[in-house]
Structures are given as structure tokens and as C-alpha cells.
Design a protein around this ligand. Structure first.
Ligand code: WT7
Length: 661
């Protein structure tokens, strides 16, 4: 029997780790249980202790948690601190200025080392330049940059002066960027001329110009441009400035703006179940505490010896918590990568791990699955062809990892020496929530195992009652925790309705995922979203967002979007479309399908492009006019239709919609 079969048949349990064991920060299940018990016994005492031990406070807090306006919770509110001081200055002051903060590898393989002292100088200069332009505490700054040291500098510089940043992933369209600039009320935009990915230069500044021209963001007075490629860009005098020019004459020091722990550190947009993305608002103290604490617990990171590498983009929460803030908050060295895992070949990740002697590697199941395929096709790019002996911990995030991919990762990348840490969390949770601990938790492939100490996660039914282990239900968190979102920017009502619904009693945090706990171990297995949110390559997409984009096309009368399981990307987007004119056939339908794909890429971004588009004369609806989504999901999967379709007006459309384009 292969290893994979035995896992599937016996739910094989893997030891926590051969390499970490006794030296782990949380060593053994007893240590885990003791910490969890401490949190149960004295919740505020537990969090207060961590916040005092982990962060440097300018003014200590006197109260840990304020629940008086629940579910709008406040943590450490009268305490004052600065995120960039915590992430940079304190390590320099402790004598670690010469230590590498970031080892940056560009798309073409060029490596730049940035020490903590370099980072401090660059952040201070840029923070001074922002202040000179009138950017001040509480202002919102949108960052639309490629993976770059400049991206981290821009985020940290905003934090230094108390400005709230909102990073928009470089793959989003001008329309998506415009919506975010308007919603967040940005006063400045930081972008680049172009970005380099897989040997190709892709525009950023021209998309930013388009976004600004689309209206509603007249408050944006400054556009600061990082020169990455030197490619040609249009220039608006008086508004646009080169990043390298404006920092030239600035001072190397910059007094941090000391802010309340509750001051918004950033706003990050994420998809929900309506057409409009939510501005997830995070606090300074809580986010920073948990980003730092989980670096120590989940990744067991030891700043003196570890080299950490998170492959996420700074445009997502993973890049915020585990590139910009977490690794720096604990003074670790990290690798940062500009490019893509398949360029110049599919061995790029393994090559970089070997070259930089990475010890902790954190990536997404989608990347693992695509690299499995590539290494089956070509032994040269197989991880076994590289010296990966520096690795001691492997992490995964973003979507459920299938046991096959888990075991492949464990056996081929870690060489069966490193635990695979499957971290369940979300944009809204700010940091890890349910995850094994290296050196403590016995591992079961496909399970994110147990909640971290202090995280009161459980599974309930539709009324908010806890269900017994072994029974599926809704994943919730029973008590507030410091790194949770504080609000949906500008929409407190949506915050309450989305995350603390009255149906569950108004006090349970609703994650939006289904889950089941193992009968014996209590281990959690995540069963995917229970709302209209898709997860494509670990990226969240709202079906409604894609539907609205499609119906905005002049050809389209109606559209419904569902997800379909996909071997590589986890889920794939399938769109069912009714045109205003008659249903297209043959070459014409291929042509229009391609047009619509390009349209969605322009409206939202290439990540939202439907893999399949199916045209029908109509959509299957109930008598009351509701689209039968379950039926569409079956059609998307190519399943036989077992549902009752007797109420359908025109059953022939089922044949039409079964055909992929
Ligand atoms: C959704 C959150 C967490 C940062 C990246 C994605 C899914 C995430 C796991 C995991 C199973 C997972 C959930 C969650 N998800 N990690 N380890 N196992 N599912 O953040 O874009 O906010 O998406 O991703 O469905 O709700 P996000």
C-alpha cells in the first residue's frame, strides 16, 4: 500500500516532528494544554501577559478587553505603541542592526540583502517624505505595488506616521482599484511603473492612472511611483513623484507616531457574499501581537537561527501578517520573492530554499499541487533533486489541503523530517487560529487539528448550539481575540450582520466555513465555505462579484456563477450566461466566451476569469424565480442531475448548460 493510501484508509497519524521536539517554543501536548488552560482560567490575564511580553509599549495599557459595545470589541485600548518601532527600531536598539531583515530575490534571480538598519533608514526617509506631503495620522494610503522591499517599506512607513494603509493586490484591475480608492477615501496612492513576473513586465502605473481617472477619488493628492523596470509611464505634474527622488534629501530618522492599540493599522478588502468587497479593518496592537505570537508558536521561529519564507503576496492578509509584520516583529530573517514558482522552471521554490538555506517554508496547496504535476513530468524540477536539508518546518494556508498533496509535501519537500503545519485562518482573523504546533501536535493529513491557546473555536448548528464531535456544522469562535477585525470599513451594520448574525445569538463570530471535529481527538477538518464565496488558488472571490461583472457587459442578460472542484486551483469558476441575443453556437460561442473572460479580467482581475462559460437560453429557476444553484453546481461538475426538475419551465436548457466553453 502506498503512503497516500494508508493515510486515506487509516487516517495515519504523523509524529509532531523529528527535528523540532524538545526545543520547540511549545514543546509537547502538555505545554499546549497548560497554555490553553491558562486562557480558559483567566482570559484577560492570559492575553494581557502575552501583549506585555511580546510587544514594546510606549504607554502600558491598564485594561485588556472592553466588551461594553459588543460585538465592537476593544483590546489594550489605553495602551500606546507604534508598529514600525516594534518591527524595526527595537531590534536595532538591541544591537541587531546588521542582521538581515529581508533577503529579496527578484524575478531574474538577483538577490538584495536588507538589514534591520537599512530597513529603519528606508522606512524613516519614506515616512518623512509622506509627512512632508501632508499625510498624517488617520489618513488612508492605498498601496498598489509588486512584491518588493519597497512594498514593505511603504507599509511600515504608513504605520510609522499613523496612516492606515490599504494594499490592493497588483493583479486587480483598474476598476477594482478605483472601487477601493473610493471606498477607503485615500489621500495618496503608492504604485510602481511596472511589475516583473515570470520574465514579463506588466503595467501598474497605467492601471493606476486609469483607476484615478475613473472618478470618485479626487481626494488622492499624491501618486508616488517606485521605479521597478524603467518602463515608459504617463506623468501628471504636481501629482506624481518618483519614490527614489522624494526620499533623497530626507532624514534617516523619524519620530514614530505613538498611537492607541486600537488605531487602525490597515484596511484590507476581501470578497463577501454580496457584489461589494468588504474593507476588513485591523487594529495596531491586536494584529501585531498575534502576528508576532504565532511566528513564535505556529512556526516555532527562532530569530537567531531561522530563515523564514512565506511565498504569499503582500496584497493578501498572509503577506501582511507573515511578511510585513510578523517576521519583523520578532526580529527574524526572511526571504521575499518577486516572481512566480514556475519561472525559469518549476524548481524555482526548491532552488531558492537550497540557496538561502530556508528553515521554515510557508506556501499554498495550489502551489504544491501544481509543483507535484511539474515534478512528475520532469525529474530535474523534483524537490528530491535539490538539497532541502535546511528545512525544519513546512506550512500551508489558504484552502483545505488534500491528504495526497499533504503527504507529497511531507515526504518529498520535508523528506519526512519536517512537520506540515496546516494553518486555518482568514483575512478577518488577522493570524492563525486552528493549527498544529511543531513539536507538540500529532499530525493528521487534511486536518488543521486544534485551536491555538486562547482561540475558542467550535462547531455549532444553525441555531448556534454546539454539535457533538463527529457531526458537521458551522465553524464559529466563541470569544473575541486581539487580532480579530474591528469593523467593515464604513459599514458597521455589515460587520454585525456578516460576522455576528442574530440567528446565532449575535455574539458568536461566524467564519463562513463548514467544519467537523474528529470523534476521538476533537481535531477540526474544514469543509469549505458555506456562503457564496469561492476559493480559487487560495484567493477569495465572491460569486456575486463575478456575476455583477458579467451582467455589466452589454451582451449579457443574466449570469450565475458557481464553483467546481479543480485538481490544481482547488476550485474553478464556472459561469452560466444568458445573452441578450440568441444563444451562440460553435465558433461564435467560443469567441464570445473568450470576450467575456477578458471582460471579467478587466472588471475584477485575471484571477476571477471563469474557467468554463456555458450559454443557455435561460437559467434554471424555481417557480418563485430563484436560480437553482445546487443544480448549476451539479451541471458544473458534469454530474448526473438527480434533483427534481419538474418545476423547470424549459428542461431543455439543462442540456444546453451542460456544454463547456
Ligand atoms: C478562507 C479565508 C488565511 C489567509 C489566506 C486566505 C480558507 C484558509 C485554510 C486551511 C482550509 C482554509 C477558508 C477561509 N482557508 N486556510 N488551512 N484549511 N481552508 O485568507 O482570503 O481571507 O480566505 O480560506 O475557507 O474561510 P482569505
Amino acid at each position: 500500500m502506498s503512503a497516500i493510501e494508508s493515510v486515506l484508509q487509516e487516517r495515519r497519524v504523523f509524529p509532531p516532528s523529528e527535528k523540532t521536539s524538545a526545543s520547540a517554543t511549545i514543546s509537547g501536548m502538555d505545554a499546549y494544554k497548560a497554555l490553553s488552560a491558562e486562557a480558559e482560567r483567566d482570559y484577560e490575564g492570559f492575553w494581557g501577559r502575552l501583549a506585555r511580553e511580546t510587544l514594546a509599549w510606549k504607554k502600558p495599557f491598564t485594561k485588556v478587553l472592553d466588551e461594553s459595545n459588543a460585538p465592537f470589541y476593544k483590546w489594550f485600548e489605553d495602551g500606546e505603541l507604534n508598529a514600525s518601532y516594534n518591527c524595526i527600531d527595537r531590534h536595532v536598539e538591541a544591537g541587531h542592526g546588521a542582521k538581515n531583515a529581508i533577503v529579496f530575490e527578484a524575478d531574474d534571480g538577483a538577490v538584495t540583502n536588507v538589514t534591520y538598519q537599512d530597513l529603519l533608514t528606508r522606512v524613516c526617509r519614506f515616512a518623512n517624505a509622506l509627512r512632508k506631503r501632508g499625510v498624517k495620522k488617520g489618513d488612508r494610503v492605498v498601496i498598489y505595488l509588486p512584491m518588493s522591499v519597497e512594498g514593505v517599506v511603504a507599509m511600515q512607513a504608513c504605520a510609522r506616521i499613523g496612516a492606515t494603509h490599504s494594499v490592493v493586490f497588483g493583479g486587480f484591475s483598474s476598476k477594482s482599484l478605483n472601487e477601493r480608492l473610493v471606498d477607503v477615501g485615500a489621500v495618496a496612492l503608492i504604485t510602481a511603473d511596472e511589475q516583473m513576473r515570470g520574465g514579463k513586465a506588466l503595467p501598474l502605473k497605467s492601471i493606476a492612472d486609469e483607476a484615478l481617472a475613473a472618478g470618485g477619488c479626487e481626494a488622492v493628492k499624491d501618486v508616488i511611483v517606485y521605479r521597478r523596470t524603467g518602463g515608459k509611464v504617463a506623468w501628471t505634474e504636481g501629482r506624481d513623484a518618483w519614490m527614489h527622488e522624494i526620499v533623497e534629501n530626507e532624514s534617516d530618522t523619524c519620530e514614530p507616531e505613538w498611537v492607541s492599540a486600537e488605531h487602525p493599522l490597515f484596511i484590507l478588502y476581501t470578497s463577501g457574499s454580496t457584489g461589494k468587497p468588504k474593507g476588513v479593518q485591523h487594529s495596531t496592537g491586536g494584529l501585531l501581537l498575534w502576528a508576532a505570537q504565532t511566528m513564535k508558536w505556529t512556526f516555532d521561529a527562532k530569530p537567531a537561527e531561522d530563515v523564514f519564507w512565506c511565498t504569499a503576496d503582500i496584497g493578501w492578509i498572509t503577506g501582511h501578517s507573515y511578511i510585513t509584520y510578523g517576521p519583523t516583529a520578532i526580529g527574524a530573517t526572511q526571504v521575499m520573492f518577486e516572481g512566480v514558482p514556475t519561472y525559469p522552471n518549476a524548481g524555482r521554490f526548491w532552488d531558492m530554499i537550497a540557496k538561502h538555506k530556508v528553515t521554515i517554508f510557508y506556501t499554498a496547496p495550489t502551489a504544491i499541487r501544481s509543483l507535484i504535476k511539474a515534478s512528475e513530468a520532469d525529474a530535474k524540477v523534483h524537490p528530491k533533486s535539490y538539497d532541502l536539508s535546511s528545512l525544519r518546518i513546512l506550512g500551508t494556508v489558504g484552502e483545505p489541503i488534500n491528504p495526497e498533496a499533504w503527504v507529497w509535501y511531507y515526504e518529498n519537500v520535508g523528506g519526512a523530517r519536517c512537520p506540515v503545519i496546516d494553518t486555518w485562518w482568514q483575512t478577518e482573523t488577522g493570524g492563525h487560529m486552528i493549527t498544529p504546533l511543531p513539536g507538540a501536535t500529532p499530525l493528521v493529513p487534511g486536518s488543521c487539528t486544534l485551536p491555538l491557546p486562547g482561540i475558542m473555536a467550535t462547531v455549532v448548528d444553525e441555531t448556534g448550539q454546539e454539535v457533538p464531535n463527529g457531526q458537521g456544522g458551522i465553524l464559529v469562535v466563541k470569544r473575541p481575540w486581539p487580532s480579530m477585525l474591528r469593523n467593515v470599513w464604513g459599514d458597521p451594520d455589515r460587520y454585525k450582520k456578516s460576522y455576528f448574525p442574530e440567528e446565532l445569538g449575535g455574539r458568536l463570530y461566524l467564519a463562513g466555513d463548514g467544519a467537523v471535529r474528529d470523534k476521538e481527538t476533537g481535531y477540526f477538518t474544514i469543509m469549505g465555505r458555506i456562503d457564496d464565496v469561492l476559493n480559487v488558488s487560495g484567493h477569495r472571490l465572491g460569486t456575486m462579484e463575478i456575476e455583477s461583472a458579467l451582467v455589466a457587459n452589454p451582451l449579457v442578460a443574466e449570469a450565475a456563477v458557481v464553483g467546481r472542484p479543480d485538481d490544481t486551483t482547488g476550485e474553478a469558476v464556472v459561469a452560466f450566461v444568458v445573452l441578450k441575443r440568441s444563444r451562440p453556437e460553435g465558433d461564435e460561442s467560443t469567441k464570445i466566451a473568450n470576450e467575456l473572460r477578458a471582460w471579467v479580467a478587466k472588471e475584477i482581475g485575471p484571477i476571477a476569469k471563469p474557467k468554463d462559460i456555458r450559454f443557455g437560453e435561460n437559467l434554471p429557476k424555481t417557480r418563485s424565480g430563484k436560480i437553482m444553484r445546487r443544480l448549476l453546481r451539479s451541471l458544473a461538475k458534469g454530474e448526473e442531475i438527480t434533483q427534481d426538475v419538474s418545476t423547470l419551465e424549459n428542461p431543455a436548457i439543462l442540456d444546453q448548460l451542460g456544454e463547456a466553453r
